[in-house]
Design a protein around this ligand. Sequence first.
Ligand code: ADP
Ligand code: MG
Length: 238
Amino acid sequence: MKKLELININKTYELNIPVLKNISFFVDSGDFLVLLGPSGSGKSTILSIIAGFEPQNSGDVFIDGNNCNKKPCQDRDVAMVFQNYALYPCMNVYNNIAFPLINRHEKKEIVNQKVRTIAKTLHIEDILKKKVDKISGGQKQRVAIVRALAMNPDVMLFDEPTSALDPEMVGEVLALMKELAAEGMTMVVVTHEMGFAREVASRVLFINDGTIQEDETPEELFDHPKNARLQEFLSKIL
Ligand code: ADP
Ligand code: MG
C-alpha cells in the first residue's frame, strides 16, 4: 500500500533557481527509502516539503492516500529527525519528549504514560531527568528519535541523523533506526552511511540537481550504477 506519494513536485526558493524539478516517487507502507546525492541536490528540501515545513510551488503530496497540500505540518502525522537534534537545551529529557504531546493538548497522565513506556522500550528511562546539555550526542539523537516516535507518526523522516555524531555514537543511532524499520515504520532517510543503506534500505533514490536520476534496490544502485553522475558520486564516497 502506498503510504507516501509525491507527484510532480517543483520548488523554487526566492532566488528563482529551480531546486526541485518534477520530483515524483512513492513509498510503500513499511518501506525504508534512502535519499542519496551531493550537497545542495535538494534532499532536505524534499523532506521539508513532505513534512509541510516548506510549501512546494506545484505538485502534490499524498500521505495515506490523502492530499496534504493544504495540511499544516502539525496535522500531517509525519515526524522529522534532524542532524542537529533540535532539542530544547534548557529542558530535561522527559520534558523534551512530552512537550509536543502537551502542545497537542494531550492529557498530562496520558503524556506521562506514553513518555515512560516509550523511554523504557527504547532504553532511555535512566536519563529522563537529565538536562539535554548534559547527555552525549548519541543520547541526544536517541531522545530526538524517541520524541518523534512518541507522536505516533505514520511516516518518519531523517535528515542526516548521524552526521553530527562522534564515530563511536553512530552505531547506536543506526541500531535504533534498524529496530524501527524491523517494526514496520515507514521511513525516508537522508544518510551517507552506505553500509547501513545497503543493509536496511528497500530502495535508494539518487537525487542530483533537483531530479531523481536513479531509483533502485541498494544492490542494484551500489553494484551496478548506470548514471554517470552516480558513478562519480559513489567513487568519491565509497
Ligand atoms: P541537500 O539537502 O541535498 O544538501 P537542500 O535541499 O538543502 O539540499 O538545498 C537545495 C538547494 O536549495 C541549495 O542550492 C540550497 O542552497 C537551496 N536552499 C535550501 N534551503 C533554502 C532556503 N530556505 N532558502 C533559499 N535557498 C535554499
Ligand atoms: Mg540537506
